[in-house]
Each structure stands twice: as C-alpha cells, then as structure tokens.
Design a protein around this ligand. Structure first.
Ligand code: ADP
Ligand code: MG
Length: 243
C-alpha cells in the first residue's frame, strides 16, 4: 500500500443534496436518456453502472448542463431551490457545486503538475495567494505534492488521473463525479482510487463514480444505480454489480 501519510483536513462545509428529475435527452432522433430521476443525498457514495455506450457520460453532462436535455428539473439547497430557468447565476452556482472528471481530461503535457492544477484556478480568477494554498492542499489530498514540479509527460497513467482529480478538488465541490477511468483498474490502483474517494466522502463530499469495474463495485458495497433501456432499472443500497 501507499506509504505516504494521509493528512486530510476536516473542513466545515455545508453540503447540499441534489435531485434531478425527468432528464430526457436525445441526439437527433435517437433517445439517449428517458425520464431519468435521481435523488442524491448529501454525503452519499454512488456507483453508476451501465454498459459502455448506454448513456453514463450523457447523464453526467446533462447534470451539469453541458448538454441540454429537453426535459430537466434540478433541486438544490435541501429542496428549497428548484431550478428550471437555467439562468447564468444558477449555472455558475451549480457548476461550482458539482465537478466532473471526464475520461478525456485534458492535461497540459508540457507543463508541470503544479501549473496544471493552478491553471484550473487562474481561469476562474482566484487570487494568487488562494491558488498557492488550494493547489498544495489538493495535491496533498491525492498524494502528489511530492511530484508538483514534474512534467505531466513524466507521470504514470494513475498519477495523471490524480492530477485531474486535484484539478477538481481546488474548486471545493460539493459533489465530485468521476466518469469512468478507461479499462479496469489493477487491484492496487483500485484500492488507491477508493482510499482517495472514501476519504473525500468521509469529509462530507458526495461522490459519484461511473464505472464498469465489477470488482470495485462488489468489494466496496456502495449505493449502486444501474440502467437499462435508457432508464434506471435498479437502485440499491450496499449493492452489487448486477449487469
Ligand atoms: N455527441 C453525440 N452525438 C450523437 N450521439 C452520441 C453523442 N454522444 C453520445 N452519443 C450516443 O449516445 C449513447 C450514449 O453514449 P454515452 O453517454 O457516451 O455512453 P457511456 O458513457 O455509457 O459509454 C451512445 O449510443 C452514443 O453513441
Ligand atoms: Mg462514457
């Protein structure tokens, strides 16, 4: 196992639940999601399992309004906010709460680890002092502070994934979503992935992982949401991989 000490800080953050209702999405005349509703409680850890090509990425992109479903309701703030108008102020609030690590995370290969994570904050207009603090914290959370001055091209696949995770963490999201890593993870890496996400989850962050990794899902017994025919067909607490 990893020998670097995990020095997570307890953060006093209020995490809000999120409920999406009736997401319906089509690509041209082809339906990708039909009336999908999910109630996400604060602090939950959820595996979303679908076959490849079944719509996981489409759902995630719809949840952050990166795709525009034809039907869409979203509740935040303990149900007090129902957002249907998709105003600029809603979208900027929403996008700060929920952060996605996509499969095609684009790291700047010719830049260093630190610069890649800092860049994510610079484009959002954070102050230099905050950037320095947050970037170091986030790299520590993914056990990568010791490689902050390495170039991305010098990193392994799993180290690159962790840079992508750190880039999400600097925004202190309430919900973090990992859109499945390509291929199954080897057992050691899988354990490290889960150590990182479990720790974030223990701090109160809601974690959603889209995955087709049967071993991880069966081993860690989280809430499992599975889809079939563009709809949810099972949603189980402490669930198993059921495809
Ligand atoms: N931009 C797009 N235009 C048209 N069809 C798409 C697009 N993105 C995805 N699809 C189709 O929608 C379906 C769901 O894709 P996706 O959400 O990527 O699934 P998953 O993430 O589960 O592999 C697939 O049949 C895919 O070919
Ligand atoms: Mg996908």
């Amino acid at each position: 196992m990893f020998f670097f000490a995990l020095t997570f800080r307890k953060k006093n953050v209020h995490y809000e639940p999120m409920k999406v209702e009736n997401i319906t999405l089509s690509y041209g005349n082809k339906t990708a999601l039909r009336d999908v509703s999910i109630d996400i409680k604060p602090g939950e850890f959820i595996f979303v399992i679908w076959y490849s090509g079944s719509g996981k990425t489409s759902l995630i992109r719809s949840m952050i309004w990166d795709l525009k479903p034809s039907a869409w309701h979203i509740f935040l703030d303990n149900g007090s906010g129902l957002y249907t108008n998709k105003s600029d102020s809603f979208l900027s609030h929403h996008r700060r709460s929920i952060w996605v690590i996509f499969q095609d995370y684009k790291l700047l290969e010719s830049k260093k680890v630190y610069e890649n994570v800092a860049f994510a904050m610079e484009v959002c207009g954070y102050k230099d002092r905050d950037i320095r603090k947050k970037v170091s914290e986030a790299l520590e959370q993914v056990w990568l502070l010791f490689k902050k001055d390495k170039y991305i091209k010098e990193l392994s696949w799993w180290e690159k994934q962790r840079v992508a995770i750190a880039r999400a963490l600097v925004h202190s999201p309430k919900i973090i979503i990992w859109d499945e890593p390509t291929g199954n993870l080897d057992p050691d890496t899988a354990e490290e992935v889960m150590d990182i996400f479990d720790e974030l989850n223990r701090e109160g962050m809601t974690v959603i992982m889209a995955t087709h990794d049967k071993e991880i899902v069966n081993k860690y017994k989280k809430r499992v949401i599975a889809f079939k025919d563009k709809k949810i067909f099972s949603d189980t607490k402490n669930g198993n991989y059921c495809l």
